[in-house]
Design a binder for this molecule. Structure first.
Ligand SMILES: NC(=O)c1ccc[n+]([C@@H]2O[C@H](COP(=O)([O-])OP(=O)(O)OC[C@H]3O[C@@H](n4cnc5c(N)ncnc54)[C@H](OP(=O)(O)O)[C@@H]3O)[C@@H](O)[C@H]2O)c1
Length: 266
């Protein structure tokens, strides 16, 4: 990043999971303006229709810029889904890039209508962790193996984290556990490979479908109240607000690899 500091993200392969809506969708739109021509944007989610709509929007947003946009319809809760994304990524290894950007953004809140002591069913917990933890590790490993360290290639791995990675929220045992595990996973990755630029970014409370679930389904009435007030008083962040801070951090490229940075830290 040193050469192109603070202006763009180079000629990149940029992979965004959970790109069909919410933060991931807005990120795809914002980041497309920061990629140099001939860059490749890989958009992953289960909803093919929404990805196609986004592709059409991006095509007109960056018209003439020659961005290659690939949509991968995949369920990251399944091994086949992760393999499907890997297959698409491996097909791109011949593309000439100077930046690799992987945004592990896809996530789910899980069942927040119950407390920790109701989770007796291992399959339910495993299924949650498969999507929210295992898929992020396996996809990251696969992408990094497909694009190993080489001179002239700057590799960024971003984990979209949460305050819940560091603070327990009652009735959110799955989500808090998953986010804490992911943060540690990416800290280990940063420790193991100093060549990588690894960031866990907590985007703040966003006005997305996930927030709707948080304020309507959380078993904890205090949490429901907090999120309801944030929503009714217009204090939720727009995805664009949060993304501008994330992109500033990436462009400045001065964070300590493996760090957890919150929107409100900046
Ligand atoms: N919203 C907040 O207030 C908030 C706060 C802190 C952190 N975050 C984090 O920010 C990130 C984005 O959240 P958001 O609010 O944008 O969530 P969202 O609106 O619920 O969007 C989630 C995205 O993940 C995808 N997804 C869900 N299940 C999937 C699966 N099994 N396989 C593949 N993709 C899947 C969804 O697409 P499909 O349904 O099409 O698959 C969608 O594109 C998440 O990591 C979240 O934990 C959010």
């Amino acid at each position: 990043m040193a050469v192109s500091k603070a202006t763009d993200l180079g000629k990149a392969l940029c992979i965004i999971t959970g790109a069909s809506k919410g933060f991931g969708r807005s990120l795809a739109k914002e980041i497309s303006g920061l990629l140099q021509p001939e860059s490749v944007l890989v958009l992953v989610a289960r909803s093919g229709n929404k990805l196609s709509e986004l592709q059409t929007e991006l095509d007109s947003l960056v018209a003439g810029k020659h961005l290659v946009i690939r949509c991968v319809i995949a369920d990251l809760g399944l091994r086949e889904g992760v393999e499907q994304v890997m297959k698409s990524v491996r097909e791109l290894t011949a593309v000439d890039i100077d930046h690799l950007l992987l945004f592990n953004n896809a996530a789910s809140l899980g069942d927040v209508s119950r407390y920790a002591q109701s989770f007796e069913n291992m399959e339910e917990v495993d299924s949650y962790l498969s999507f929210n933890v295992s898929s992020a590790l396996c996809l990251t490993a696969g992408v990094l193996n497909a694009f190993p360290r080489r001179q002239g290639l700057r590799r960024f791995v971003v984990n979209i984290s949460s305050l819940c990675a560091v603070k327990p929220f009652p009735s959110w045992v799955l989500y808090c556990t998953g986010k804490a595990a992911r943060d540690m996973m990416f800290r280990v990755l940063a420790e193991e490979d100093p060549d990588l630029r690894v960031l866990s970014y907590a985007p703040g409370p966003l006005d997305t479908d996930m927030q709707l679930q948080a304020r309507s389904s959380s078993a904890d009435s205090n949490l429901r109240q907090i999120f309801t007030v944030l929503h009714s008083e217009g204090q939720l962040l727009t995805c664009e607000q949060s993304i501008s801070k994330l992109l500033k951090v990436l462009l400045e490229d001065e964070f300590s690899s493996g760090a957890h940075i919150d929107y409100y830290d900046l």
